[in-house]
Design a protein around this ligand. Structure first.
Ligand code: 1GP
Length: 249
C-alpha cells in the first residue's frame, strides 16, 4: 500500500476526514500555501490540487512545492481532463470517470499517463469517480451522464462496480460550485452497500450540510469553492468543526 493511501486508511479508523481543494490556476504558489496552512490548522487532512482543465505542469509543480513546504499533510493531484502530473506532489488520484460516455475519460487518458506516473515515482491512488446531477462543468467536460439525484440505485451500482473492480476509493461528485451537495439519501444508500471509503464533494458550503452528509455516512468531505469565495471564513470553519466533532475531537 502506498504511503498516502496508508495515511488515509489509518486516519479513517478514527473518523471522517476533510480535504481542501485548491485550484493552482486561481490560487497558485504562495497563495495556495497560505490557504493550505490555514485549512490544515483547522483540521483539514489533505490538500487536493486541481479544478481547472489544462493546468500547466509548471504551475502544478510550483504550487505543489509551495504547499508541501507549508503543510505536513499529503498533497494530492486531482486531475481533471489531461493530467497535470508533477513529482512534487505526494500522490495522484488515478481516477476513472465511471459514468462518462467517453472511453477517453474512463480509461484512455489514464493509460496515456500511467508510464509517466511510474517513471516519476508518484503514488497512484485508484478512485472511481461518479458524477451526480447537476455535475456542473466537470460533468460537461467529462461527457458524463450524471446520476439523477433521486436514483440511489444507480449511484449504488456504480459505486459497487468500482469496489468490485478493485478501486481504493469512491467519489460522489455533484460538481464544483453545485447549488446543493449530493443528496443525503444517496450518500446513505451508497454507504450501505460499499466497503471502501466514500468521498463526497461538490456544493458543500455550510456546517449543517457537512453534518448531514457525515451523518449519512460520507467518510471524506471535499470543499473548494467555499474557500475560493470567502477564504478561511465562518463557512469553512463551520464545515471543519462538524468534521472534527464527528471524529470526537
Ligand atoms: C469539486 O467536489 C469538489 O471537484 C469541490 O466542490 O468547489 O463546490 O466545493 P466545491
Amino acid at each position: 500500500m502506498g504511503r498516502v493511501l496508508q495515511y488515509l486508511t489509518e486516519r479513517l479508523r478514527r473518523g471522517p476526514l476533510h480535504m481542501t481543494l485548491i485550484d493552482p490556476d486561481k490560487r497558485g504558489g504562495q497563495m495556495a500555501a497560505k490557504v493550505a496552512s490555514a485549512a490544515v490548522a483547522l483540521g483539514s487532512d489533505a490538500i487536493m490540487l486541481g479544478g481547472s482543465t489544462g493546468i500547466s505542469q509548471e504551475k502544478m509543480g510550483e504550487t505543489a512545492r509551495a504547499v508541501k513546504s507549508a503543510v505536513s499533510v499529503p498533497t494530492i493531484i486531482f486531475p481533471e481532463g489531461p493530467a497535470s502530473i508533477t513529482a512534487a506532489a505526494d500522490a495522484i488520484y488515478f481516477m476513472s470517470l465511471l459514468n462518462s460516455r467517453s472511453v477517453d475519460h474512463v480509461i484512455r487518458m489514464q493509460a496515456h499517463s500511467a508510464l509517466e506516473i511510474q517513471r516519476i515515482g508518484l503514488e497512484p491512488v485508484s478512485l472511481g469517480y461518479i458524477i451526480v446531477a447537476p455535475g456542473m462543468r466537470v460533468g460537461e467536460v467529462g461527457q458524463a451522464d450524471p446520476v439523477p439525484r433521486e436514483n440511489v440505485a444507480l449511484a449504488q451500482s456504480y459505486a459497487l462496480a468500482a469496489e468490485f473492480l478493485g478501486m481504493q476509493l469512491v467519489y460522489l461528485e455533484a460538481g464544483s460550485g453545485a447549488p446543493a451537495p449530493v443528496p443525503v439519501e444517496m450518500v446513505r444508500g451508497v454507504r450501505r452497500v460499499l466497503r471502501i471509503p466514500l468521498i463526497v464533494g461538490g456544493g458543500i458550503r455550510s456546517g449543517p450540510e457537512a453534518k448531514a452528509l457525515l451523518a449519512a455516512g460520507a467518510q471524506i468531505l471535499v470543499t473548494g469553492t467555499v474557500t475560493e469565495q470567502e477564504g478561511i471564513g465562518p463557512a469553512f470553519e463551520g464545515i471543519l468543526s462538524e468534521v472534527r466533532h464527528a471524529r470526537g475531537e
